[in-house]
Design a binder for this molecule. Structure first.
Ligand code: MN
Length: 401
């Protein structure tokens, strides 16, 4: 492998180093890779060659052993990787492969999957669309706890996986009876997801301040949603088949250590919080992530993650406050990220106001997704000294069911 350069300002430079799992086409073996520019470092092979004590965590078919190893090990491994790709670059040159030459896999075995609803702008938009006569577009509980539901971990798929249009029951207000067929309101939800590393025992809630002892990193997530199926089925128990057919995540998990310069305080709290969620004195719990949503290559929205009302630390505290245990590989989504401006909405439901205001794309108008549409989520965060930290993209193509 001849030496390659990472251009100055590359969002995947040595300040980033997200983790994934790759294989070489024609072989079955999966192993941990670390992205540098448009190359992937075979981290396990490099670790073995350099005598790293953590080589066994990196020569694995999933990230789960590394995730479970805990914060001290995460920091040691990251320090070693930074050193290998900078001052010891010559010693690991032979362990890089072009990204275009490898196959990327779901980087970890997903344990439990939870999805939240933590953007105030999104919740208000949805409230106005579906409950136009309500006095308040937010439900009475919204400012008191991060609302969530348990999703289907077995259908979390890696970026690049086709999404088959789901079929199901729907019943519009004007329909005399339910009908069955392919969803006609297939949507996206642009989200950020958090990956749990260190588990807990049943009965042990995670305090707000312990969030970074348990959460390894984050990635982009697209919570595909069939709005017509969802609207008919969700009363009174919440999302079910309208969501569980597929959820796409990035092939790259960005460690929290790469995002230290992106930490920001969440929006000002407008309601008093119960002590287990009170973060007024806590370290900044938000992240300044600039998300971009593109359909067939055309950017349709740029949701700002810094506007999220509830933080990842509060979400973790909420999902364990009843004593529910964490498992290595647990994944929790932020909920659709929508900013205050129309061009910052993270779903087509909001962008088209439930189909009333179609988007104008070069290939035609869009209310909801059509077959062969390709949706791409990308994002970056501020790094040190004006640099950018890129998040791995999430891409999915809709195929006919
Ligand atoms: Mn969602």
């Amino acid at each position: 492998m001849p030496p390659f350069d990472v251009p100055e300002g590359d969002p995947f430079g040595s300040h980033n180093l997200p983790y994934g799992v790759f294989s070489v086409p024609g072989t079955a073996e999966r192993t941990v890779g670390v992205r540098l520019g448009d190359h992937v470092l075979d981290a396990g092979a490099a670790a073995r060659a350099l005598g790293s004590p953590h080589a066994s965590l990196l020569t694995q078919p999933t990230l789960n052993p590394l995730l479970g190893a805990g914060r001290e090990v995460w920091e040691e491994v990251r320090r070693a990787l930074v050193s290998w790709v900078t001052e010891r670059r010559g010693e690991v040159e032979g362990f890089f492969r072009p990204l275009s030459s490898v196959r990327l896999h779901l980087p970890f075995e997903v344990a439990d999957y939870v999805d939240f609803y933590s953007s105030e702008n999104h919740a208000r938009n949805v409230g106005q669309i579906f409950r136009p006569d309500a006095a308040d577009s937010l439900t009475p509980n919204w400012k008191h706890l991060p609302i969530g539901y348990h999703g289907r971990s077995g259908t979390v798929v890696v970026s690049g996986t086709d999404v088959v249009r789901p079929s199901g029951q729907r019943k519009a207000a004007t329909d005399p009876a339910p009908v069955f067929g392919p969803s006609v309101r297939l949507d996206i939800e642009a989200e950020v997801a958090f990956v749990v590393g260190v588990p807990t025992a049943l009965g042990e809630p995670v305090a707000l301040g312990d969030y970074r002892e348990h959460v390894f990193g984050l990635c982009l997530l697209n919570d595909w949603s069939a709005r017509d199926i969802q609207a008919w089925e969700y009363v009174p128990l919440g999302p079910f088949l309208g969501k569980s057919f597929a959820t796409s995540v990035s092939a790259w998990i960005t460690p929290l250590q790469a995002l230290e310069h992106a930490r920001v305080a969440p929006p000002e709290r407008t309601h008093a919080l119960l002590p287990y969620l009170e973060d007024a004195e806590a370290e900044p719990g938000g992240y300044d992530l600039r998300i971009s949503v593109a359909i067939n290559g055309h950017v349709v929205s740029e949701p700002p993650f810094s506007t999220m009302y509830w933080t990842a630390a509060q979400q973790l505290a909420q999902m364990t406050v009843n004593g529910a245990s964490l498992r290595t590989g647990d994944l929790y989504g932020s909920g659709t990220v929508s900013g205050p401006e129309p061009g910052q909405r993270g779903s087509l439901l909001e962008l088209t106001w439930n189909g009333r205001d179609p988007l104008e794309l070069p290939e035609g108008k869009r209310t909801f997704l059509e077959d062969d549409d390709v949706v791409t989520l990308t994002a970056w965060a501020p790094g040190a000294d004006g640099s950018r930290v890129g998040l791995g993209e999430v891409v999915g193509r809709i195929v006919a069911g």
